[in-house]
Design a binder for this molecule. Sequence first.
Ligand code: PHE
Length: 487
Amino acid sequence: MEQNRGTWGSNIGFLLAAIGSAVGLGNIWGFPYKMGKSGGFTFLLVYLLLAVFVGFVIMMGELAMGRKTGKGTIGAYHTLSKKFKWVGWLAVFSPFVIMSFYSVLGAYCIEYLALNLSNLAFAGAEVMTGADLFVAMLTNPFGAWVFTVLFMVICYLINRGGVSGGIEKFNNVGMPALFVMLVIIIIRSLTLPGAVEGLKFMFVPGYAVEAGFIEEAPKFLTVLATAGGQMFFSLSLAMGAMITYGSYLKKEENLIKNSAIIVVADTIVATMAGLAVIPAAVATYGPSATLSGPKLLFITLQDVFHSMGAIGPLFGVIFYLLVLIAAISSAISLIEVISTYFMDRAAEKGKQGNRPKIVFWVCIAIMVEASIVAIDGLGANGFWVPFQNLFQSIGLSETGIIGEFNDCWLDFMDFLSEGLAMPLGALLMSLMVGWEIKPKTLLDEIHQGGSSKLDLFFSICIKYIVPLGMILILVGQIDTFLYLGIF
Ligand code: PHE
């Protein structure tokens, strides 16, 4: 019996949801810094080339896989392939692991939002420095846990409403709001005295080394791997998210155009996020500012807002709300990957899945693993130490395999998902499409609602360029995460 899976209410609703999935923490704290560190425009150029020849192609492929089969990730791989059907599991495992830390980072955003709101309400009261606040937050595991629960409750309420009734509705309001808030922060950031140094850091090749932001310029292969890893994470690829969102897309929609819009919009927002955060941080701190990761968001920028005087907390509220929306819109796409699998499974048995119940249990399962990351507090509470010792006892740390980078649960989970599962998943996907089921299978799907002008481009990229790029990215990711020193 065919069940009614539902579809997006409109193509623009789908686009906003897909852009919402793509625009996330990766855009705000990953892209700007990596761009500055890796030579500004050089990085941007490498990133754009990868986005066109790899990202755009996989985006089209994933949307086509979902829409062709009308199923979520696991179902799609099962329907399309004999040899690669297990890859679907990998692409459900990764979102689950990513959610273990994405939810905690979302929780930190709620805490900072609340904090800035209270600073706004009680103007003039004594406030702590960003660094002190951050430590206070990390070493309060119960607080972090409670806010992680709150973040998951918000996601639950959205996902239980379904694709058009929950996810689409949230993004229809959230994405335009995010954009407006981003513009406000950019204006403030660029009008601070000294902001031009930040712009130079981002856009002038070699400036990061010259002005003392970093010691030496990264090698080309490192830049390639960094840009590739960033692009994958940022475009939500190889995570089942786009297969899942594509499976709810109507046949008449144009997959080529939609893929291009998502890639372009995500890159524009990443560059805009750079303009919002880097000049402000550099104007306040100079080359010694921490310009990436959780420290950028929760220490550097908090201090930047504080240094703005009475008006600061207002910008703080706008900024942390913006980041929170970006985190929610990505998290709900990850939750949907897992929930859709269970919904599809019920449909296969001829039943209509109970969405609220399925989403509830998915969120509970995520909460269990997220508790470990929340309580660990980025390693501040020593939860990772036993595992560090375990790795050391089998000699891994001495060979540099588990280096100092993996000193907390968040990094470990990030390594498993972003470092390993994502590039591996994309490599296997391209091998499946290029060599087993053949590009034509997906091109037939893409032609419904789209032209056939890109057929040759799609086939060549998916058969040769993507696998080659993925191998490089995979090796590069393992190299940086594990300090192997290959590149
Ligand atoms: N693209 C999101 C970001 O930039 C993260 C994400 C990855 C979301 C994979 C969904 C799927 O932060």
